[in-house]
Design a protein around this ligand. Structure first.
Ligand code: HEM
Length: 274
C-alpha cells in the first residue's frame, strides 16, 4: 500500500477549482475577442448576441477572479494555516541553490545526478505562485481600465489606456502559456507524476511524489512521526497499553464542507474584528 501525505484542505481545493474554472473562462472569452474568426470561436460568433454575451461573461468571471483573490488574501492573513503557507512560500537562498543543482542535473554536469531535497514548497511552485499573484493583480488593474474606458479617459491620457490594453493582452498570453506549458507539464505530463498529481482532487500526495518534490518536508514529517512512536513506547512501558496513532483525515465529505464554511465564517469574523 502506498503511503499518502496530506497537502491541501478541502477549502484550498475549492479555491484551486474556482481559479481553474474562472481562468479557463477568461482565457476563452478573452482570446475570442482578439481572434473572432478562429475555428474554436464559431460557437460564440454563431450564437445570437454571442459576442455581447462573451463580453458579459468575461467581466463576470473577472469579478469572480478578483473576489477569489480577495478571499485568498483573507485566508492568508486570518487563518493559522494560511499564515504558515505564506511563510513557507517566501523565496529563500536555498531555492536558488536547488534551481542551480536541478539545471546541473539536467545538463549532466552533476554525474551521477544529485538528490535534491526540497521543502514544503519548492522553487518551481514558489515561482508559479508569485507569478499567479502578480499576474492576477496586473490583469485586474488593466481589466478594470478597459472596462471603464470612458471614466478612465476623463482623468488620464489616451496612451495610458492603450498601454493597459497591450499589457492585458500580452500578460494573457504569458499566463496561458505558463499554465499550458509549465503547470500542465509539472502536474500532468511529467513522467514522475503521470497521468496526474491527484492532490488537487484528493488533497493527498504519494510518498514517491513527496520524495521527489518535497524531500526535506518528507524527512520532517517522518521525524515527527518517529517522535510520536517513542512516546507510545514509553506509555506502553508505563502500563498505558496499546496506543494508536491518530488517523489523519477521518471526516466525511459533508463534515469537511461544513468545516470549510465554518472556517470561512471564522476568517470573516476575525477580519471584521468581532
Ligand atoms: C487571467 C485572467 C484574464 C485573461 C486571461 C484575460 C484575457 C483577455 C484577453 C485576451 C482580452 C482581449 C485583448 C485584446 O483584444 O487585445 C481581454 C479583454 C478584456 N478583459 Fe480580460 N482577461 C483576464 C482578466 C480580466 C479581468 C480580471 C477583467 C476585469 C474585471 C478583464 C476585463 C477585460 C475587458 C473589459 C476586456 C476588453 C473588452 C471585452 O472583453 O469585451 N479581464 N481579456
Amino acid at each position: 500500500m502506498t503511503k499518502k501525505y496530506f497537502r491541501l484542505t478541502l477549502n484550498e481545493r475549492f479555491q484551486h477549482l474556482n481559479l481553474m474554472i474562472n481562468f479557463t473562462i477568461l482565457v476563452i472569452t478573452g482570446f475570442a475577442l482578439k481572434y473572432p474568426t478562429a475555428f474554436w470561436v464559431s460557437p460564440i460568433t454563431d450564437a445570437p448576441a454571442g459576442m455581447t454575451i462573451r463580453g458579459f461573461i468575461h467581466r463576470l468571471s473577472g469579478v469572480a477572479l478578483v473576489t477569489l483573490g480577495g478571499y485568498h488574501l483573507l485566508y492568508l492573513l486570518f487563518s493559522g494555516r494560511g499564515r504558515q503557507i505564506f511563510k513557507d512560500m517566501l523565496p529563500r537562498w536555498k531555492d536558488a541553490k536547488d534551481l542551480w543543482e536541478t539545471l546541473k542535473n539536467n545538463l549532466f554536469i552533476n554525474r551521477p545526478a544529485k538528490e535534491i531535497k526540497m521543502d514544503r514548497f519548492n522553487y518551481r511552485e514558489k515561482a508559479e505562485y508569485l507569478a499567479l499573484l502578480w499576474g492576477t493583480l496586473l490583469m485586474t488593474v488593466t481589466g478594470f481600465i478597459l472596462w471603464f474606458k470612458v471614466q478612465w479617459l476623463q482623468y488620464f491620457p489616451k496612451w495610458t489606456y492603450e498601454v493597459a490594453g497591450a499589457v492585458h493582452f500580452y500578460e494573457a498570453i504569458l499566463a496561458t502559456l505558463a499554465i499550458v506549458v509549465w503547470h500542465f507539464y509539472s502536474v500532468l505530463l511529467d513522467p514522475d507524476v503521470y497521468p496526474m498529481n491527484w492532490a488537487w482532487i484528493t488533497g493527498y500526495m504519494t510518498e514517491h511524489e513527496m520524495k521527489l518534490e518535497h524531500g526535506l518536508e518528507l524527512e520532517r514529517i517522518k521525524a515527527s512521526q518517529k517522535a510520536e512512536l517513542i512516546d507510545f513506547d514509553e506509555s506502553a512501558a508505563a502500563g498505558g497499553g496499546r496506543v494508536q496513532p491518530a488517523p489523519q483525515d477521518q471526516h466525511s465529505p459533508i463534515q469537511r464542507v461544513y468545516s470549510t464554511v465554518r472556517d470561512l465564517n471564522e476568517n470573516l469574523k476575525n477580519w471584521r474584528g468581532n
